[in-house]
Design a protein around this ligand. Structure first.
Ligand SMILES: Cc1cc2nc3c(=O)[nH]c(=O)nc-3n(C[C@H](O)[C@H](O)[C@H](O)COP(=O)(O)OP(=O)(O)OC[C@H]3O[C@@H](n4cnc5c(N)ncnc54)[C@H](O)[C@@H]3O)c2cc1C
Length: 464
């Protein structure tokens, strides 16, 4: 690659091209997880579809490794690569709401905060995650679990269509009627199949929700987990609640006597009116009264951004995950042992329900092959201080190793680190892996898009 090639590339882009010698390079090469320290050769900040096509042609011509960056939240750092080209979609940021059709067209570099802001005005919401700074791109393509999962399904269940730039630079549309195999693959297959420049989502009438955390002392964790495992499999789908071990942050609304205390909790989100939501939760309050609760009606975007201030960009992250079908007494005892040893204020364990409406599609309707799982579990070591990186990693690994035998086999790909191995990816997609490998061979036969939870293209004659 000559200097003239880079200059020509720069001229062709409507967005900007950042090189290691540029003053903004240090800022631009960073991703959300500060443990990731990669140094790309070039960062193409793409302003539109034409820029993405140009970047792909350039990457191909110069045989560069290419990564796709949406919101930059991937804990494994899959949005950035060493020595290669980052296709950064951040400038492709727009949200167009069609209130009559209740659909939303979203640019490939948008965040969920952008979407919530735009849809809320119209009394609508798209099911997403729990932190508003997360990218629409990565979260959607991996599946998308959040506060509305039990009511309206995973984010992929609400994806109607997408515009995709393929590995050969072609621009195609994907939907149930056009390139249906590609549309199937991007609903869970991650960034393996192309760069999605635009998403079309089904939105739902959600404006106010009754939501927030309830917290209990760790001495009650066993009773709570046993109550929760029964409740969440038969609860009305209007209510979502994820279980957590956490350390109480030293800030309002938490009372001072609880600050820095390790506790367990459930973070609720109900789309019912307050009276009905309380009716459902009253038996829980009667069973074990929470030490603290902040359960109240609130605008949906307030819930979506409730934890943004705690989990700011630039922290050290290491996480391990599994899908879970059942919580046995033995598994609960292990959870309590490791959950009581949270190594830092930010470290946590979440059990997200993936049942309710998310159980409606069949295991092969989308690549997400765990429609029968009850939870997606994630054990998260987080700390601002790089000096504590080994400690949080060791805690997450030992917690996961203890619980993994009680898991369902695979894990949510968006809760995996880089390099967990092909076995983990195959275990996650199960019987859908073969179909994904065939579709990969059709749309990306050279595995051009390989900085992801990689699905290797199936080559004819070789066993899958
Ligand atoms: C604080 C935090 C909270 C989270 N909460 C949730 C949650 O509640 N629910 C949930 O489901 N997940 C959650 N996640 C996981 C999240 O879904 C993944 O980290 C996801 O990869 C983030 O997407 P991104 O676009 O920000 O990531 P990036 O790092 O930008 O991209 C990750 C990968 O996604 C692919 N990709 C991204 N955008 C595109 C695109 N437009 N076209 C093609 N490929 C693309 C690429 O393969 C890329 O390598 C959370 C992560 C963090 C760090």
């Amino acid at each position: 690659m000559q200097l003239e090639d880079v200059t020509e590339f720069k001229v062709q882009l409507r967005g900007s091209l950042i090189e290691p010698t540029d003053p903004e390079y240090e800022k631009e090469r960073k991703v959300y997880n500060a443990m990731i320290d990669r140094k790309p050769r070039l960062i193409a900040k793409c302003a539109d579809v034409a820029d993405v096509m140009t970047a792909i042609h350039f990457g191909r011509k110069h045989n560069l490794q290419v990564s796709i960056r949406g919101g930059g939240h991937n804990a494994g750092g899959l949005g950035v690569c060493d020595d290669g080209l980052v296709i950064d979609l951040a400038p492709i940021k727009y949200v167009h709401v069609d209130p009559a059709a209740q659909t939303v067209r979203v640019g490939g570099g948008s965040t969920w905060g952008d979407v919530d802001h735009a849809t809320h005005t119209f009394g609508l919401a798209v099911p997403s995650g729990i932190i508003s700074t997360t990218g629409v791109g990565g979260l959607t393509l991996g599946g998308g679990i959040g506060h509305l999962t039990r009511k309206y399904g995973l984010t992929i269940d609400n994806l109607l269509a997408a515009d995709v730039v393929l590995a050969d630079g072609r621009f195609v549309a994907a939907s149930a009627n056009e390139n249906a195999d590609l549309f199937w693959a991007i609903r869970g297959g991650g960034g393996n199949f192309g760069v999605v420049t635009s998403f079309l989502f089904q939105a739902h009438p959600v404006q106010m929700v009754c939501a927030g955390p309830m917290l209990w002392n760790l001495g009650q964790a066993s009773d709570l987990m046993k109550w929760y495992r029964e409740f969440i499999v038969q609860a009305p789908k209007e209510i979502n609640g994820f279980f957590a071990f956490l350390t109480v942050p030293p800030a309002p609304p938490f009372p001072e006597d609880l600050h820095f205390k390790k506790m367990c909790g459930i973070v609720w989100c109900s789309t019912d009116p307050l009276e009905r939501a309380n009716e459902i939760l009253e038996p829980l309050r009667a069973f074990r009264r929470p030490a603290f609760e902040f359960f109240a009606p609130m605008p949906f975007p307030m819930l979506q951004s409730m934890f943004d201030g705690l989990y700011t960009p630039g922290l050290q992250w290491y996480w391990k995950a599994d899908f879970v079908n059942e919580l046995s007494d033995e598994a609960i005892a292990l959870h309590i042992k490791h959950g009581s040893e949270l190594p830092s204020l930010h470290s946590t364990m979440h059990l997200y329900p993936v049942n309710g409406a998310a159980h409606k599609p069949k295991n092969d309707d989308t690549p997400w092959s765990y429609r029968d799982a009850t939870w997606s579990e994630v054990i998260v070591g987080v700390d601002p201080d790089p000096a504590n990186k080994d400690q949080i990693t060791a805690w997450a690994k030992s917690y996961w190793e203890a619980l993994h035998p009680y898991g369902a086999g695979g894990a949510y790909i968006n809760f995996m680190m880089e390099g967990e191995g092909e076995d983990r990816i195959r275990a996650t997609y199960r019987h859908n892996y073969k179909t994904l490998a065939r579709i990969k061979a059709k749309y990306d036969p050279d595995n051009f898009f390989c900085v992801n939870q990689n699905i290797r293209p199936h080559s004819n004659g070789k066993p899958l």
